[in-house]
Design a protein. Structure first.
Length: 559
């Protein structure tokens, strides 16, 4: 059956996950759980935030004349999305190609677009957020600031998705294939999946800056500070450090670090506390550094930079016989790919974290105003109200008490947090276009096959990460296993022995960052969290894309 002949077949829903469609036509679409960015239930305000993000995504698709748009729904507290076409079925392929060419045409201007246009605008919003005087602002002024902030937020995500970073990499990849691979003009894939990684590694960016700053925090610690970090409960570390002069000196250094790098949280979104609010993730990472004093990221980045320079020089030597215009094109597109690699991290720092944390702070201040007005019990309860409800409550301080709504919504989130959401809802998606069938590999007992993510071999214990909050359970040298990783996971790569994800490919966040941190990674290993037990000893071969289950009695960790 072709995709055009596909029949609408409803996807059965589990008894514990009943779906009441807000719009009858939604039942006739395929809805996918947004597992990468929203693996957990989201609160009402968090969903409004994600609607902003998807509005930005759709705005960018419209900007480049893409034939597709994405809609989202909050279904039983989980975020689901569905794609829809805005052109006829017979026009889709041609429209997709035009949109692709439009992005490719913009890609060479990526650096100028970011440095001269996007970043100054982003920084102007941050300056306005930081300049707002929460202490003296009236409720009316706060309400106006909230309205402005969500307008800015929507535009920020439009800028985010207009950045043609992937297209910049594609331009260089395509040239590489044509120059250095015999079948480069016919094949869509590069023969060696890791061939290009050294060319863009070890470049200074906000992530490497954070890694160095984090490492600096762990150096020259007083003995009692080390003792507190190593033995105290994470929630009690700050209070324990305040009890000594050395501890207070360390907290001053920590405050400086958090001022610059503490706007990230355990995951994307306004519902997660930032490191500024709760530095427990920083304490956990510092514990990892104390347990592994040889994990200096500065040395790692220096080695990567040396390897990058050598890899680039090797390719330049191979290009000596090519005409000068070809060599110039190679150099220009390589510089573009390298800038794209830096921007891949820096845009997260500026938009995903720095801007989001300021909106979160603003909404918590709104929550405090609503507490004073008797609308809710605690500032954090504001996360369980929709933006429109918050605005209405600020506009009319005598409006209805919303505490019962908060209780009901908290209960709903807690209920569905215990229920695994179906990957898809609605109708079965059309079958994929027919591909060349490959002979099935003979299963090997105890050997799981995914895709190569980052080269290397490591043995050690597996640590299942079901939710971003469980990252704290990761111990130094353990292999992190998750549905996917996000920029908020990045600091934990410094202590992980390896990474396994159930989704993702060669250009996913996991593979890129694992390569930077020089740790083995396997991606696209379906049901990894079900096939591998938490605490089980495993061997991760990132080059082969395999995971071997090993007997603890027979093996010891090796890296």
């Amino acid at each position: 059956m072709s995709r055009k002949e596909h029949l609408s077949v409803s996807i059965p829903t589990p008894d514990d996950f009943p779906v009441a469609w807000a719009k009858s036509e939604d039942a006739q679409r395929t809805w996918h759980h947004e597992q990468t960015h929203c693996p957990e239930p989201v609160s009402c305000l968090a969903h409004d935030f994600w609607e902003c993000i998807f509005e930005g995504l759709c705005g960018a698709k419209e900007h480049y004349n893409s034939p597709f748009r994405l809609d989202i729904r909050r279904i039983n507290t989980y975020v689901y999305f569905s794609e829809r076409s805005v052109v006829g079925p017979d026009e889709e392929e041609a429209a997709k190609e035009r949109a692709k060419q439009a992005r490719l045409a913009v890609a060479p201007t990526l650096e100028a677009l970011w440095d001269n246009e996007f970043l100054p605008e982003i920084q102007s919003y941050i300056s306005r957020w930081d300049a707002f005087d929460f202490d003296s602002a009236s409720t009316a002024e706060l309400l106006q600031h909230i309205e402005q902030s969500w307008v800015w937020l929507r535009h920020l995500w439009l800028l985010h998705f207009r950045l043609p970073m992937g297209d910049a990499r594609s331009l260089f990849n395509d040239l590489y294939k044509k120059l250095f691979e015999e079948d480069g003009e016919e094949s869509d894939e590069i023969a060696d999946p890791f061939a290009l990684l050294p060319l863009t590694q070890g470049l200074p960016c906000k992530t490497t800056d954070m890694g160095r700053a984090m490492w600096a925090l762990a150096q020259d610690l007083a003995p009692d500070v080390k003792s507190v970090l190593s033995t105290s409960e994470l929630s009690e570390v700050t209070a324990a450090l305040e009890g000594s002069e050395a501890g207070r000196q360390f907290l001053t250094k920590l405050a400086d670090f958090l001022q610059q790098f503490g706007h990230r949280g355990n995951h994307w979104g306004v519902q997660y506390a930032t490191w500024i609010e709760d530095p427990a993730p920083v304490f956990e990472i510092l514990r990892g550094y104390l347990a592994d004093p040889d994990s200096d990221p500065t040395k790692r980045f220096e080695i990567q930079a040396t390897e990058r320079e050598q890899a680039v020089e090797d390719l330049r030597q191979r290009l000596q016989g090519f005409p000068a215009p070809v060599r110039d094109q190679f150099q220009n597109l390589l510089a573009l790919a390298q800038y794209s690699a830096v921007l891949r991290e820096d845009h997260n720092f500026w938009i995903d974290f720095s801007c989001t944390s300021r909106v979160r702070r603003l909404m918590l201040v709104a929550g405090r105003h609503l507490v004073t007005a008797g609308v809710i019990d605690s500032a954090a309860d504001v996360m369980h109200l929709h933006l429109a409800e918050i605005q209405q409550s600020l506009l009319n301080a005598t409006c209805a008490d919303r505490r019962l709504d908060v209780v009901a919504r908290c209960s709903e989130v807690e209920h569905f947090a215990r229920i695994p959401p179906p990957e898809q809802l609605g109708i079965e998606p059309p079958p994929p276009e027919k591909e060349d069938e490959k002979p099935a590999e003979t299963p090997v007992p105890g050997l799981l096959r995914g895709q190569p993510g980052s080269p290397g071999l490591v043995r050690g214990r597996a640590r299942i990460v079901e939710t971003p909050s469980s990252l704290h359970d990761l111990k130094a040298g353990e292999t992190l296993i998750a549905m996917s990783t996000a920029p908020s996971f990045t600091p934990f790569f410094a202590t992980a022995g390896g990474i396994i994800t159930e989704s993702g490919g060669l250009l996913s966040h996991c593979t890129v960052v694992a390569g930077e941190y020089r740790i083995p990674a396997v991606v696209g290993l379906s049901d990894a969290r079900q096939q591998i037990a938490d605490g089980q000893w495993i061997e991760v071969d990132g080059s082969a894309g395999t995971v071997r289950l090993i007997d603890e009695a027979d093996e010891q960790p090796r890296r």
